[in-house]
Design a binder for this molecule. Sequence first.
Ligand code: SAH
Length: 262
Amino acid sequence: MSFKNSLTEKRPRLTLVGAGPGDHELITVKGAKALKDATVILYDALIDPKIFEYASPRVIRRFVGKRCGLHTYSQEEINEMIVSYALTYGHVVRLKGGDPFVFGRGYEELAYAGSFGIETDVIPGVTSATSLPALKKIPLTTRGLNESFWVLTGTTADRKISNDIFLAAQTNATVVILMGLKKLGEIAGIYKEAGKKDLPVAVIVNGSLPNEQFIRGTISDIQLKISEYDIHGPALILIGEAVGLQLDKDSRYIENIKAQFA
Ligand code: SAH
């Protein structure tokens, strides 16, 4: 019987867990339960250590992030760590910022572990792409203003600007750009070419964390405004008419709603 128990405990397993955008309370209930159950947690940069209050005090924690000047691991090394920890210790939680399937390479890790016969699960996370605008009370879609929102990366795998940004600039979509701050000048140029120099833009840095920075502007002036800030940390760029809505300053939307029901 005890033999059976130890086998159950050591069952190699990988759970990919989305940690949410930063604020540790924005992990899901199911994600927090997985942390409690984990024997090993492999976590990325952008994870607030406060999140470990949901984990067992005996858990083995390994930082495998790609910043902070610490030893950095290649994706191949991370894949191998997942497999070897799961085979040795049982339940590995791979904790990733936001949602593991939004620019998170989560699928690669699942596929690699799966190829070793390791059981895998995914617990979605609250992605920065939708939650950070919501926390700033910026709606991604607004009746009458736009019909879609696009989530793009500013920097493609070969470090170039994504062709999708040219396409997005032609639409009324609210555009959310991750990993794009270094390309902001280029992005603004694309929107200017599309005749949209007055379109509202916002930049959120370290969103949902105590050191959050929030900068509003337009396609024409955002670059200048940003240059006045000392920015360290991940940043999200939001572009579109809906980004200009401000409950406290702009009564446009409220007036529209009242007019609809008058
Ligand atoms: N899987 C993550 C995204 C990983 S890519 C998610 O779903 O949120 C990392 C990029 O996400 C960062 O470069 C930045 O553009 C954005 N990001 C993540 N957390 C952020 C935060 N707290 N504030 C601002 N941007 C953030």
